[in-house]
Ligand binder design. Structure first.
Ligand code: ADP
Ligand code: MG
Length: 245
């Protein structure tokens, strides 16, 4: 069964259609790239799946259950994890504490926010940090992390919620090319291991072709192509509209 099914999703802003009648599905463990030029409607799609925006039309099903128009919190609880274009961690807390906070939230213990997080979910936090390669940084303040490490911490925090679907809107923005591939290959490996479906956007086409199982191309709010890297590379409409060749 698909983890995510999106059917006929549409959204207009002030009479201008940002997304029109978009339908697609994502399978467990699949890396699905949503690409397209700036303003194509990618973030609007992410925000409708994540609950930050209400669709005008269409439905969003997570493992067969409608989550259309629910609050971001309810959608997160239902199993949709998210990393954002802007990093959102607590800078004065250590790397490990940030993951512990995420685990507290996942285990519905966020009411203990004001209590010291020391000792809570330590084993699980350290396991997650090891999985993203941050075990050596566990004791450091998040605020002093290198940007690429911060991105991997965000991945650990998103995974702490045990999502079925992970939404990543430009996760590698601001990273050096070699780091981009590294982050997305790590994401791919963890997604495969855990059977987590990943929907992501990425401007670097080399990274897209390298890590995607499948690619969707959005242009002016409409899906114009879908397929594997080879078929997308060879698609004349994609070449003209997106790759500019
Ligand atoms: P992408 O992420 O592919 O760059 P977006 O989804 O951000 O594209 O934007 C799609 C279109 O919708 C653009 O024309 C953008 O200007 C418009 N848009 C997005 N969000 C809003 C908003 N909150 N209010 C008005 N227009 C918006
Ligand atoms: Mg965007």
């Amino acid at each position: 069964m698909s983890v995510l099914v999106v059917q006929g999703l549409s959204k207009s802003f002030g009479g201008v259609q940002a997304v029109g009648d978009v339908s697609f599905a994502v399978s467990p463990g699949e890396m699905l790239a949503l690409i397209g030029p700036n303003g194509a409607g990618k973030s609007t799609c992410f925000n409708m799946v994540g609950g930050q925006l209400n669709p005008d039309k269409g439905s969003v099903l997570l493992e067969g259950k409608a989550i259309t128009g629910l609050s971001p919190r309810a959608i997160s609880r239902a199993g949709v994890g998210r990393t954002f274009q802007i990093t959102a961690t607590f800078g004065s807390m250590t790397v490990r504490e940030n993951v512990q906070m995420a685990l507290l939230s996942h285990h519905r213990e966020i009411w203990q926010f004001w209590r010291p997080v020391a000792g809570r979910h330590l084993t699980e936090a350290d396991a997650l940090l090891a999985q993203v390669g941050l075990e050596a940084q566990a004791e450091r303040a998040t605020g002093v992390l290198a940007y690429g490490d911060l991105k991997r911490l965000e991945l650990a925090i998103a995974l702490a919620n045990r999502p079925r679907l992970l939404l990543m809107d430009e996760p590698t923005a601001g990273m050096a090319p070699v780091e981009r591939v590294g982050l997305m290959k790590l994401t791919r490996r963890l997604a495969t291991e855990r059977g987590v479906a990943v929907l992501f956007t990425e401007h670097d086409m080399d990274v897209v072709f390298d890590v995607s199982d499948r690619i969707l191309v959005l242009n002016r709010g409409v899906l114009i192509a879908e397929g594997d890297g080879d078929s997308i590379r060879a698609n004349p409409a994609v070449r003209e509209i997106y790759l500019g060749t």
